[in-house]
Write a protein that binds this ligand. Structure first.
Ligand code: ADP
Ligand code: MG
Length: 293
């Protein structure tokens, strides 16, 4: 395409809410055959709310909310913020946190009122020999079937309960994914979240391939692996933990609602936070470069 056509193409993109970093981006956009989608904040809004508290036998709900809330108050994770917000609303001021460590892709740990507290994936509690009692295992599995994320809470050497958080699938996601498929792109859902939850969300929006329970640092390897299979990969993400994968992808697209780090790593920003803009970008590049099919 002529430089003028590319310039016109990027200008048209801006009108559609697609910010394109440079003329060469349209060329890579055209060749993409696989679109990897981060789940939280990309396919979903990422605005989590705490919808249910499940306590193990003999555990006091208020105590669970105070301890988990105090710990999560120190974490930036969207799940943590939902937990801390709801806990403060229900129990009032949260106790002071003595010590805090984020456990990447798994949760958080810290000390609250002399209790060693864990909140996060079941595997985080398992790392500290705090298996879930059978009734909680059963409850967790049935809630996950509904697409909701469940995190476990433990303190002083024992699992004590579950917190259920709900996220919302973006109303535009399903339509966007139908458009990707119509354009000949294979959609793949990529997430650190639990497999059951990921599969439920994927079914809801029409994504056939799911890669779940991936640690933040390993998302980039998933992109590399797909490229090694000969695929030309677009990746759409919003989080700090997506930045490396966005840079590695043949085409990186950041949600405009996402973090600055993701936006900086991407080739294209979807200003409106609408996944359908990614389909617009593909169509625009094919049209600009004269390869409509
Ligand atoms: P995603 O790829 O969905 O954005 P992350 O890699 O950020 O997920 O986290 C993976 C999983 O680890 C979450 O789904 C959650 O179960 C757990 N997790 C991580 N951080 C926290 C936290 N602060 N509180 C509770 N759970 C957490
Ligand atoms: Mg995300």
């Amino acid at each position: 395409a002529t430089p003028t056509a590319l310039l016109v193409g990027t200008g048209r993109g801006a009108q559609l809410g697609i910010l394109i970093k440079g003329p060469e981006v349209l060329e890579s956009t055209r060749k993409v055959d696989t679109i990897v989608l981060d789940k939280t904040g990309t396919v979903t809004t990422g605005k989590m709310t705490l919808v249910e508290v499940v306590t193990a036998d003999g555990v006091d709900r208020t105590e669970l909310l105070r301890l988990a809330g105090a710990l999560e108050n120190a974490s930036e994770h969207p799940i943590a913020q939902a937990v801390a917000r709801a806990a403060a609303q229900e129990v009032g001021a949260l106790p002071t946190l003595e010590d805090f460590a984020a456990v990447e892709g798994k949760g958080a740990q810290g000390v609250v009122e002399d209790h060693a507290v864990l909140v996060g994936r079941e595997s985080l509690l398992a790392d500290w020999s705090q298996p879930l009692p059978t009734e909680l295992v059963r409850r967790k599995a049935s809630v996950e079937q509904t697409g909701r994320t469940v995190v476990a809470v433990g303190w002083d050497g024992q699992a004590r309960g579950l917190l259920v958080v709900a996220d919302q699938v973006r109303p535009t996601s399903r339509d966007a994914i139908a458009q990707f498929t119509a354009l000949g792109l294979a959609p793949v859902l990529l997430t650190g979240d639990n497999r059951t939850v990921a599969e439920q969300i994927a079914a809801e929006v029409g994504i056939g391939q799911v890669i779940a329970e991936v640690l933040p640092a390993d998302k980039v390897d998933v992109v590399r692996r797909l490229q090694a299979e000969g695929r030309v990969v677009a990746m759409v993400g919003d989080g700090v933990n997506d930045a490396a994968a966005l840079a590695q992808a043949d085409l990186g697209l950041a949600m405009g609602t996402g973090t600055d780090v993701a936006i900086a790593a991407a080739d294209i920003t979807l200003v409106r936070g609408d996944l359908r803009s990614a389909a617009d970008a593909i169509r625009l590049s094919r049209r600009t470069l004269g390869t409509i099919r």
